[in-house]
Design a protein around this ligand. Structure first.
Ligand SMILES: Nc1ncnc2c1ncn2[C@@H]1O[C@H](COP(=O)(O)OP(=O)(O)O)[C@@H](O)[C@H]1O
Ligand SMILES: CC(C)(COP(=O)(O)O)[C@@H](O)C(=O)NCCC(=O)O
Length: 338
């Protein structure tokens, strides 16, 4: 299966919605994500091959034939504050028509589309009014854990570590996956102890998450978008804003308690002693300091929760880190520091 994201050109003929299947939505605090499947040709495969295609979906007799849906999963995201753009996209592509759950008597009831996240509760009337569809709610934690378990058990090279520009895939033995800590960094952060299929507990969380980086970043710099803010942070130097151990200890390490002179003693702390206004600091240094502060905090709380429950592995997910190597690296440094 081919996974595509951010398709800007319609890959379908909007007048031919029949190749679209299984539209589903996740409407979070920051981003509305949608996924839909576009089909190529149906074909049948023999047992072993069928099992490899459908491994986790169904384990059965290798003498049978299995229908295999040949096609692609397409991903698209919109800012939740621009939910109308998301609705327009669905409408223009007629995704809701082809992408509904199969109905016994098509046309007899409104189309129902699976949806997770707070937006499934906040926007049902809007979707009903604009698209004539019902949002069929699923619990976001249930789906998050089921999805993470599926990907970790089935998809080869799904999880990786990231340190100093080095991305290294982790070989996961499905028999040695549980228990683990799942840290989902969205607008806020949820920390979930996962012990098996459907066996999990949300053990912690923090409101200082991706929404905080984006929100505070917008207020403190002139950035208009998340990508711009992140791009800015790559170029910044947090030492111009953060108070380091060396700033307090005359350039020396505080070796007795294991703190090097370059460790951050106080995020944004330099601003209290400098006789400067916000405008005197470079926006890129502010963005860098903010990213490090939030990542360090998430890394620390994650580490402490892993310790609290004796969990040897932490998996991070959510759009805050997605496809952002620098953010992942910052988080890894934070976990390793602790
Ligand atoms: N292109 C982007 N636009 C907006 N936010 C982004 C983008 N890429 C990453 N993010 C980060 O991801 C966070 C949202 O993560 P997500 O997992 O989608 O959470 P939610 O479900 O709460 O919207 C944002 O708060 C922001 O920090
Ligand atoms: C309320 C939420 C589950 C919503 O999920 P999100 O849209 O952030 O992905 C999440 O923001 C969260 O867990 N916030 C942290 C709250 C806390 O534990 O302090």
């Amino acid at each position: 299966m081919d996974l595509r994201e951010g398709q800007t050109q319609p890959i379908l003929d909007p007048n031919q919605p029949s190749h679209v299947y299984h539209l589903a939505l996740d409407i979070g605090g920051s981003l509305a994500k949608l996924v839909y499947f576009t089909k190529d040709d149906d074909h049948l495969v023999d047992g072993e091959e069928g099992i490899s295609h459908r491994k986790a979906l169904e384990k059965s007799d290798s003498s049978k034939q299995y229908p295999v849906l040949n096609g692609k999963l397409n991903f698209k995201k919109f800012e939740t504050s621009r939910i109308n753009d998301c609705i327009e996209f669905i409408k223009s592509m007629k995704l809701h028509i082809g992408g509904s759950q199969p109905q016994e008597n098509p046309g007899s009831q409104p189309i129902a589309i699976k949806a997770t996240g707070g937006g499934a509760y906040k926007y049902p009337d809007l979707f009903k009014e604009r698209l004539g569809i019902i949002l069929d709610k699923e619990d976001e934690m249930d789906c998050l854990v089921a999805g993470a378990n599926f990907l970790l058990e089935v998809v080869h090279q799904e999880a990786f570590t990231y340190m100093g520009d080095q991305k290294q895939f982790v070989q996961i033995d499905p028999n040695d996956l549980y228990p683990y800590l799942l840290v989902n960094i969205g607008s806020g952060v949820g920390m979930i102890k996962v012990e098996g299929e459907g066996k999990f507990e949300r053990v912690s969380g923090t409101s200082i998450g991706g929404g905080t980086f984006w929100g505070l970043g917008k207020l403190l710099t002139k950035c208009k978008s998340f990508d711009e803010l992140l791009e800015l942070s790559y170029r910044g130097n947090n030492r111009a804003v953060d108070m380091l151990v060396g700033d307090i200890y005359g350039g020396m390490d505080y070796s007795k308690i294991g703190l090097s002179s370059t460790a951050i003693a106080s995020s944004f702390g330099k601003a209290i002693s400098d006789n400067k206004e916000r405008g005197d600091y470079k926006p890129e240094d502010i963005a860098r300091s903010l990213l490090r502060m939030i990542s360090n905090n998430i890394g620390q709380i994650s580490y402490l929760n892993a310790l609290r429950f004796g969990l040897k592995r932490i998996f991070f997910g959510g759009f805050f880190i997605r496809r952002h190597p620098f953010t992942m690296d910052t988080l890894s440094v934070a976990v390793n520091f602790w």
